[in-house]
Write a protein that binds this ligand. Structure first.
Ligand code: HEM
Length: 404
């Protein structure tokens, strides 16, 4: 259909099922005709790169607060405590005072200091598996790197790391589109347990400060005196939430994509390991672990003659935007030498731009480098990479890698 006629037709409404079945195909098809599609639940999915970029911090949008949780019938309890007290779901001054005590620690310069620890962790995990001839990439490798790294930033004792890791992944399910009401009791129990645990850590640093992130955080919030005890805990849980599932999935996707091109890109990387950061960036563009950014329309938004009405929930589809040929030449091709802007779209933009970008990149770079430098002749097991979801945090199936 020519875009001349598309302007007179309403953008289509699509089912969850069809979007999940072939998200790239549907985005490609509709992006050329319409600036957005609607999902059957009423949410608008914005598809074009220029619109996604502009609407992230447009005054006609704001971050969603409790609307999405309420739309799913949640009005109280641990999930609501988290959502209504987190920097992730707040705006304006409330957001600024919640984000500020975390920002300094997560700056690129500070995170670089952690690189050697992440490198040792990734190498240790690979070495531990050497004799096995195969490894579960998701559960034995990709899951451990972000969870253990965040645990070490928070100064969690090694013996508590398995508990902390399991709680982190149970809580993180709330950010996916795949949780059902049957999952809710477990998510709520995990939020409660993690809150008690984090609250204990905060009390400990208040009584016995030491030179670490959490002591700095406690000193900074106590000095400002603007955060309730619940808020103080929920910002830490937000960091855990933002930094586990996203990075676990991103590592699996990256290694899966590269091993699917074992004779091409994978071999190139083995010969030119300084291209690892480019491989990280391109895999985040090509098949992102976080597929969209949520916003609420606070005014009517007109895009190419079509209107998103005021009050509508909006998902800015970074997944679609990063395959938009108007910005990325030959977008369906994985291209290691593709020029990328300094501000990678997968990490969002504006005031909510990802706080953990530097850490995520370090974790992904070191996870990939440890596999490449191990000199193991890796290949995928029987399954191929399987990524689920068209929005929010995407999920990956287990992926076995083998070597001889
Ligand atoms: C590949 C991995 C990651 C991706 C793709 C990703 C993506 C994003 C995106 C798109 C946002 C913006 C959300 C919005 O505007 O509504 C965001 C925010 C955030 N991310 Fe990440 N993230 C990743 C890793 C991490 C890590 C490792 C951490 C921390 C350890 C982290 C912590 C956060 C936090 C705390 C926010 C909220 C910032 C705010 O609301 O001000 N993320 N992330």
């Amino acid at each position: 259909m020519s875009s001349q006629y598309a302007a007179f037709l309403a953008p289509p409404t699509l089912s969850y099922q069809s979007l999940n079945a072939a998200p790239h195909d549907l985005y490609r098809k509709h992006r050329s005709e319409f600036p957005f599609v609607q999902r059957e639940c009423g949410v608008f999915l914005v598809l074009r790169a220029k619109d996604v970029q502009a609407l992230i911090s447009d005054p006609r949008t704001r971050q969603v607060e409790t609307e999405l949780a309420r739309a799913r019938g949640i009005s109280a309890g641990p999930v609501m405590d988290l959502v209504s007290n987190s920097l992730l779901f707040s705006n304006g001054d409330v957001h600024r005072r919640r984000r500020q005590p975390l920002s300094r620690c997560f700056a690129f310069r500070m995170m670089e200091g952690l690189r050697s620890n992440v490198r040792s962790l990734a190498q240790e995990l690979v070495t531990h598996k050497l004799g096995d001839g195969e490894m579960k990439l998701r559960d034995d490798y990709a899951a451990a790197i972000p969870a253990i790294t965040i645990a070490s930033i928070l100064g969690i004792p090694r013996c508590d790391v398995p508990l902390f890791t399991s709680l982190s992944y149970r809580v993180a399910k709330i950010l996916t589109t795949s949780w059902t009401y049957d999952d809710l009791p477990d998510i709520e129990a995990a939020i409660t347990e993690l809150s008690v645990y984090v609250s204990g850590l905060i009390d400990d640093r208040r009584k016995r400060p030491r030179p670490d992130f959490l002591s700095d955080y406690v000193a900074s919030i106590d000095e400002a005196g603007e955060m309730s005890a619940l808020e103080a805990v929920m910002q830490i849980i937000s960091v855990v939430l933002g930094g586990t599932d996203t990075t676990r999935a991103a590592i699996v996707i990256m290694v899966g994509l590269l091993l699917q091109q074992r004779d091409g890109v994978w071999q190139t990387l083995r010969h030119y390991p300084d291209m690892v950061p480019a491989a990280v960036s391109e895999s985040l563009r090509y098949e992102p672990s976080a597929a969209s950014i949520p916003r609420l329309a606070v005014a009517d938004i007109e895009l190419a003659g079509h209107v998103i009405p005021r009050g509508s929930p909006v998902l800015l589809s970074t997944m679609s935007a990063m395959r938009d040929p108007d910005v990325f030449a030959d977008p369906d091709r994985f291209d290691l030498v593709r020029p990328m802007s300094k501000w990678h779209p997968v990490f969002g933009g504006g005031e909510h731009r990802c706080l953990g970008e530097a850490l995520a990149r370090i974790e992904m770079e070191e996870a990939l480098s440890a596999l490449i430098n191990s000199r193991l002749d890796l290949e995928l097991g029987d399954q191929q990479l399987n990524v689920h979801g068209h929005a929010g945090i995407r999920q990956v199936d287990e992926l076995v890698v083998r070597w001889r």
